[in-house]
Design a protein around this ligand. Structure first.
Ligand code: PDD
Length: 286
């Protein structure tokens, strides 16, 4: 069951006019929210980031937070799996093609949900491969824009190289992955690039840093040189759908000893514990 412009329906019945500005210009924003045991994880943070994206493209939020809560809960209830990831998408709506904003245009709102599958045993035991590439995206990567052509091309580079992710470098510094946030471990210190207009403020990124702080894991938020990435003891990628994953090969070189590192495994366990206790309604991070 999906939601489109006020109605719930099967995905096959959902249609959007070809003049939708999402189709014509990629003029819209989106969110991806995980739900565990049918409870939406970090919903407030996702709705906060959605508001930032909407404000940045000067599009009025079509719903209040409580309306979003209701809609998203109905979508989760109307789909089969206990663990799901909800995709929501808002465009500036349907109008005659003209780059400038149309007058009196109703936004298009689309919500769907897919099963959220646990990572395979192989990925957990062995980690994944990544490649590096120049970050050739625009300079408003803090907006969760549906215009994802650069990210699409960058991630396809990884797939073509039999890797899972492309890690992006801008002016000699790490920014993020094509569809994930990236952490580096060097000399037992967890390193994260500072949030800026050059990266998406990841919700999982926040959770990882909160877990590090609460569990006395030393961390630094600072610019990370490409050389530090290349010589890292551990690399991790994080996202709402991949959670925390070890990157064990970078551009065909082993990262550390080529197996998921100790800090990555510790953070995976902490994340698992945190998400399970949050879903039970227990106090977070205690
Ligand atoms: N992408 N950076 C980019 C460019 C991303 O696309 C994503 C997530 C992240 C991680 O953000 P979060 O932890 O809030 O999921 C960072 C989603 C999952 C997607 O586009 O499907």
């Amino acid at each position: 069951m999906i939601y489109l412009n006020g109605k719930f329906m099967p995905l096959e019945e959902a249609c959007v006019p070809v003049l939708d500005r999402g189709f014509i210009f990629g003029d819209g924003v989106y969110e991806v929210i995980p739900a565990y045991s049918r409870k939406l994880f970090r919903l407030t943070s996702h709705l906060h980031r959605l508001q930032h994206s909407l404000d940045s493209i000067r599009l009025k939020n079509p719903y209040s937070n409580s309306q979003w809560h209701d809609l998203l809960k109905k979508i989760v209830a109307g789909n089969d799996n206990e663990d799901q990831y909800v995709y929501l998408h808002i465009t500036r709506g349907v109008a005659k093609r003209d780059h400038a904003f149309p007058q009196n245009c109703e936004p298009t709102v689309f919500i769907m949900s897919n099963p959220l599958l646990a990572p395979s045993q192989d990925l957990l035991a062995n980690g994944c491969s990544a490649i590096t590439a120049i970050d050739n995206r625009w300079i408003r990567c803090d907006i969760k824009s549906i215009s994802l052509l650069p990210n699409v091309l960058l991630r396809q580079m990884a797939v073509d190289a039999n890797a899972l992710e492309t890690i992006l470098i801008r002016d000699g510094f790490l920014t993020e992955g094509a569809a994930s946030s990236i952490f580096v471990v060097k000399d037992n210190i967890l390193l994260a690039a500072p949030k800026s207009h050059l990266m998406l403020p990841g919700i999982t990124y926040d959770v990882v840093l909160e877990l590090a702080a609460a569990n006395h894991i030393p961390y630094e938020i600072r610019e990370i040189f490409e050389e530090e990435l290349q010589s890292a003891d551990e690399i991790m990628l994080t996202s709402s759908t991949k959670e925390i994953m070890a990157v064990t090969r970078l551009n065909d070189n082993l990262v550390g000893n080529g197996k998921p590192g100790a800090l990555c495994q510790q953070l995976q366990q902490l994340y698992h514990h945190y998400k399970t206790t949050t879903m039970r309604g227990d106090a977070p991070l205690s």
